[in-house]
Design a protein around this ligand. Structure first.
Ligand code: MEZ
Length: 532
């Protein structure tokens, strides 16, 4: 049997209580209750998981041990590296092959710039590809960017940068129309209007989607377009390992590494856009992650060495519904759309204990509390407990076949292990999903270093201390476009001076003075062999 007897007995309880729960809505928490559960159970509040940053622009601030170690690392490049013979020259260098990088490349190209997009793995190997549930945009008469704005701010604990949030929500309807004009196929009603559902923390239904592979559909669209544009060159398996400035402190390109041969080359560029995504593969606090293999916070590390401040690096997002069983898919994403369609969250006794669409931070903290404090988690063979996500409720609520139609990727993922999620609930537990903060940017993606732009998950400020579902697929396109357009304009004006890696000397001195040995960073790929 797939389940242990204990798990099976608990599963039967969920199936037995379903009819009664059909008419039950679990109440939302009050603000005080939310604050209480966050402080007691959210991983961001485990003080021992954090430490002080000892060097750089955020010196004295706090972040997770794993990120602090990477930020305080030493370069794999020596300051004497020969910059006199660039292997490539371009107007704009985009680092990262996800949705933010692709959007940036397209908009820079539209400004007439030549573009190189260098990516660590393949073009499209990115968190964008793995995002499932949808993308938010207030584009219906009964909704407005102002409502969207308030939801984003509320979800982020009102800590968000208001100018960035304004940019996000104002551009959103245009971004959906732009993606559609490039061929992106969102799900629609028979009359042609885009379908929409709720996500956690949304006051209106404004989540548009392509079944449960929204990110893959958006990535397909952007990648096809970038591949077909003139003057956009894609270099794969070429992680960037260091940034280069000119003698006047303006960005002047970067050094990339051939992942196979480890050979490093200088790519000369008048502008660089960091779109390297998040850092889930640093496995903060030992959490499994939904992130793709190359997500190791490289952009943060390189920008930090140049003296660019980071924002909100003391908060990460733990998605409430990571798969908790079977072991082969531990920590993988179970899209929030499952709850958006009506699945309830139940404990070992088949009882609800939390409103299913609280914001992600609160929902995760409540699940952790149910398992740790109340002892109502379901024991699994992986030692990590889980709670049930009652997916069969969706078909009862919305008609037979809804799970298979609306969640085909998720359905297949479980079917491979003999679990029919339209008939039986699935086990979930919070998983490391998103880097809420990152490199501080302005609304056009610019930073304090002339010519250096950032877009997508590598940036920080727009989501404050917690991002809402569907605002990441939005953020990557909004700020990818903005950064690409701004960089495309910037390169028309700039004439570069002599390139230099002088900042590495200064960085080494700072590390020495602080007594930091510093391992080599960026990390590039997780070292699972070391931990085996
Ligand atoms: O925005 C996200 O993180 C997202 C769409 C995830 C999901 O649950 O599907």
């Amino acid at each position: 049997m797939l389940y242990t007897p204990e798990m099976y007995e608990s599963l039967q309880k969920v199936n037995a209580t379903r009819q009664r729960r059909m008419s039950e809505t679990y109440r939302r928490m009050t603000q005080d209750e939310r604050q209480d559960v966050l402080q007691k159970y959210h991983p961001d509040y485990i003080t021992t998981a954090f430490r002080e940053i000892k060097v750089g622009p955020n010196k004295g601030g706090r972040t997770l041990h794993e990120l602090a170690d990477a930020l305080e690392g030493r370069s794999r490049i020596t300051p004497g590296f020969d910059l006199s013979q660039p292997a490539f020259e371009t107007d704009v260098l985009v680092i990262g092959g996800g949705g933010a990088g692709a959007s940036a490349a397209l908009l820079a190209q539209e400004q007439g710039a030549s573009v190189i997009l260098a990516t660590k793995l393949r073009f499209g190997d990115a968190n964008t590809m793995m995002a499932q549930g949808g993308i938010q945009a207030a584009d219906r008469p009964q909704d407005s960017p102002a409502s969207h704005y308030l939801d984003v701010m509320g979800g982020g604990g009102y800590a968000n940068d208001p100018d960035l949030v304004e940019a996000l929500v104002i551009d959103a309807p245009m971004v959906i129309a732009w993606l559609e004009s490039l061929g992106c196929m969102f799900d629609k009603d028979p009359d042609g209007t885009l379908k929409q559902i709720h996500g956690g923390g949304t006051s209106r239904k404004r989540m548009h989607y392509a079944r449960d592979y929204s990110g893959a559909e958006i990535m397909r669209t952007l990648r096809d377009e970038a591949r077909n544009r003139p003057n956009v060159t894609v270099i794969e398996f070429a992680p960037v390992v260091e940034l280069v400035m000119d003698e006047r402190g303006r960005i002047s390109g970067a050094i990339s590494m051939n992942l196979e041969t480890q050979q490093t080359v200088y790519i000369k560029a008048k502008s660089v856009i960091i779109a390297t995504g998040g850092g889930g593969r640093l496995h903060y606090q030992g959490f499994p992650t939904t992130n793709h293999y190359g997500a190791t916070a490289d952009g943060l590390v390189m920008a930090y060495r140049l003296g660019v401040p980071l924002a909100f690096v003391d908060t990460m997002q733990y998605h409430p519904t990571g798969s908790a069983f079977p072991e082969q898919i531990l920590g993988q994403l179970v899209t929030e759309k499952v709850r958006g369609l009506g699945a309830q969250v139940c404990n070992v006794d088949g009882e609800q204990f939390v409103f299913p669409l609280e914001t992600r931070d609160v929902e995760s903290a409540a699940i952790i509390r149910e398992c740790r404090e109340h002892g109502k988690g379901v024991p699994t063979p992986t030692q990590q407990p889980g709670v049930w996500l009652d997916s069969p409720r969706i078909d009862l609520l919305k008609g037979e076949g809804t799970v298979k139609r609306e969640l085909p990727a998720m359905y297949r993922q479980y079917q491979r292990f003999g679990i029919d999620m339209s008939k039986d609930p699935i086990l979930i537990y919070p998983t490391l999903h998103y880097q809420n903060g990152g490199i501080a940017i302005r609304p056009d993606g610019s930073t304090k270093v002339p010519g250096l732009y950032v877009a997508g998950e590598a940036s920080g400020g727009v989501h404050g201390r917690n991002r809402l579902m569907g605002n990441s697929l939005l953020d990557i396109v909004v700020f990818g476009r903005r950064a690409g357009a701004a960089a495309g304009r910037y390169v028309k004006e700039v004439t570069l001076g002599k390139p230099t890696l002088e900042h590495l000397n200064a960085w080494s001195k700072e590390l020495d003075a602080a007594g930091i040995d510093g391992r080599i960073s960026p990390v590039i790929l997780p070292d699972y062999a070391r931990h085996a």
